[in-house]
Design a binder for this molecule. Structure first.
Ligand code: SF4
Length: 179
């Protein structure tokens, strides 16, 4: 297996999560978020200077050690503010056959617009299977819908959406038929 170089600034890692996408996942919380959604549940992830650096090789080692993982989730913080740093990790995750979910406070349309000046954003998006997009809106907060913090957020099937002129929502299948 080729060695993957690079570092990432993170707030922390949840080695096994059942709430950040389908199946059993490792969730990586990047450090730094520009959105400042009122009542954000992860305010400690906002400051870009806080958190700590971790080698991507170390994250991949952690992934290798858990045979139960179905997928990996990038959360935060705002993953797309770390798009270039996340690229080698995302590439390796997909090459190893894992499902990749990415949370973003930006909407899908905002990400496409931003990618015109920051191409790494589109490159990162292209590795994702599922995008959960949009800011957390406290008035629309939900605890009833899996994977969403607030009802405005969409579960987007990224591979079905890229290149199309409309967003294709994720088809959750039998396991999550109440979504
Ligand atoms: S985008 Fe996420 S991490 Fe950033 S402020 Fe909003 S809820 Fe918090």
């Amino acid at each position: 297996m080729a060695e993957v170089h690079g570092t990432l600034r993170i707030a922390g890692i949840e080695p096994e999560s059942f709430v950040d996408g389908p199946g059993i996942r490792m969730t990586i919380f990047v450090q730094g978020c520009p959105h400042h959604c009122p009542e954000c549940h992860n305010p400690q992830t906002h400051d870009f200077k806080s958190g700590h650096n971790i080698d991507i090789a170390e994250i991949l080692e952690m992934i290798s050690e858990n045979e139960l993982l179905d997928g990996i989730t990038f959360s935060g913080g705002e993953p797309f503010c770390h798009a270039a740093a996340l690229l080698p990790l995302a590439r390796e995750i997909r090459e190893r056959g894992y499902h990749l979910t990415i949370y973003s406070g930006y909407t899908y349309e905002e990400l496409l617009e931003k990618s015109k000046t920051e191409p790494a954003i589109l490159e990162l998006l292209a590795f994702a299977n599922l995008l959960i997009d949009g800011r957390f809106i406290f008035a629309e907060k939900t605890l009833d819908v899996p994977f969403k913090g607030s009802l405005n957020q969409r579960l987007i099937d990224v591979q079905a959406t890229l290149g199309k002129d409309r967003v294709v929502l994720w088809n959750p299948g039998e396991d999550y038929k109440d979504l």
